[in-house]
Design a binder for this molecule. Structure first.
Ligand code: NAD
Length: 273
C-alpha cells in the first residue's frame, strides 16, 4: 500500500545526494526529496539505466536530478562524485547514506572477502561520504535562506543495529558500526550546526530481501516478527527521511528513528513471554 510523500516543498532549493539510489529505499528517498523541493544526485554503483529511470521520474514531475556513478567504498570514486556534484550545483545540503548490501553465510562458512566487502560498503562507504559532505558543510556554513543548519546527514542503518542476526554477522556488525559512526559524528559536528541522524528500517519490501516476503508462507512467517502486521514499503522510510532532512526536526541530532512496525518491541513477548 504505497502512500504518497508529503508534497510540501520543505526542502526547496536544497541539494541532496542519495547513495544507492537506483533501487529500493534509495530510489524512493530520491523521489521524495525531489517532491519536497530538493535537487537530487542519484548515486549508483551499477545499472545506469535504473538510475536514469529515477532521474527521469523526478524530471517528469518537474524536479531536478543527476545520476552519478560511484562505488561508495572507493575513496577516489567518492571524491570524484562529490566534485562532480559541486561542479553542477556548487554545494550540498543533505547527504543520505543509503547504499548497502548483504552477503549472508553462517559464521563458520563466511569468507573474509564477504565479511570485508559488507563492511567496506555498509560502513566505510558511510564514513567516506559523510567526511566529504561534512568538509563542504564546514567550508560553507549555514545559508539561512535554505536551512537553519549547515547540513544534514542521514545514515541508513537497520533494526539489526540492535537485534543480533544469526547468519548475517557481517551485515549486523556493519549496522552496529553505523550506529556509533552516526552518534560520534553527531557529537563532533553539532557545534558546527550540522545534524546527523539514522533511520533503522525493519522489513521493507525491496530487492535486498525478496526471499523474506515473496511467497505467502514467507510473508506469514515474517509478519510474526512485526507487531503492526504489515511489511514496510520504501515510502515509509522516504517520508521519515524527508522529515529528518527538514527544519521540522531541527532539534534532533544523534538519534536513531526505528521505522519498523514495532519489530524492535520484542514481539516474542507479546503474550507476556
Ligand atoms: P537495495 O538492494 O534495493 O538497495 C541497495 C542499493 O545500494 C542498491 O541500489 C545497490 O546498487 C546500492 N549499492 C550496493 N553497493 C554499492 C556501492 N558499493 N556503491 C554504491 N551503491 C551501492 O535494498 P534496500 O532495501 O533498498 O537497501 C537500502 C538500505 O536500506 C541498505 O543500507 C540496507 O541495509 C537498508 N535496510 C534495508 C532493509 C529492508 O528491509 N529492505 C531493512 C533495514 C535496512
Amino acid at each position: 500500500m504505497p502512500m504518497t510523500s508529503t508534497s510540501e516543498p520543505v526542502l526547496q532549493g536544497q541539494r541532496a545526494l542519495v547513495t544507492g539510489a537506483s533501487s529500493g529505499i534509495g530510489a524512493s528517498i530520491a523521489k521524495a526529496l525531489a517532491v519536497a523541493g530538493a535537487k537530487v544526485v542519484v548515486n549508483y554503483a551499477g545499472g545506469a539505466d535504473r538510475a536514469q529511470a529515477v532521474v527521469e521520474h523526478i524530471q517528469a514531475a518537474g524536479g531536478e536530478a543527476l545520476a552519478i556513478r560511484a562505488d561508495v567504498s572507493r575513496e577516489d570514486q567518492v571524491e570524484a562524485m562529490f566534485a562532480q556534484m559541486f561542479e553542477a550545483w556548487d554545494s550540498i545540503d543533505i547527504l543520505v547514506n543509503n547504499a548497502g548490501l548483504q552477503k549472508d553465510a553462517p559464521l563458520v562458512e563466511m569468507s573474509l572477502a564477504d565479511w570485508q566487502q559488507v563492511l567496506d560498503i555498509n560502513l566505510t562507504g558511510q564514513f567516506l561520504c559523510s567526511r566529504a559532505a561534512a568538509r563542504e558543510f564546514l567550508r560553507r556554513g549555514v545559508v539561512p535562506e535554505l536551512s537553519r543548519v549547515a547540513g544534514k546527514i542521514i545514515c541508513m542503518s537497520s533494526v539489526h543495529d540492535v537485534i543480533p542476526w544469526a547468519g548475517h554477522v557481517n551485515y549486523a556488525t556493519s549496522k552496529g558500526g553505523v550506529s556509533m559512526l552516526m552518534k560520534t559524528m553527531a557529537q563532533e559536528l553539532a557545534p558546527h550546526r550540522i545534524r546527523v541522524n539514522a533511520i533503522s528500517p525493519g522489513a521493507i519490501k525491496t530487492p535486498i530481501n525478496t526471499a523474506a516476503w515473496m511467497t505467502p508462507d514467507a510473508e506469514a512467517e515474517l509478519l510474526k516478527l512485526i507487531p503492526c502486521r504489515r511489511v514496510g514499503e520504501p515510502e515509509d522510510i522516504a517520508r521519515a527521511t524527508v522529515w529528518l532532512a527538514s527544519d521540522a526536526s531541527d532539534y534532533i541530532t544523534g538519534a536513531t528513528l526505528y521505522v519498523d512496525g514495532g519489530m524492535t518491541l520484542y514481539p516474542g513477548f507479546d503474550m507476556g513471554g
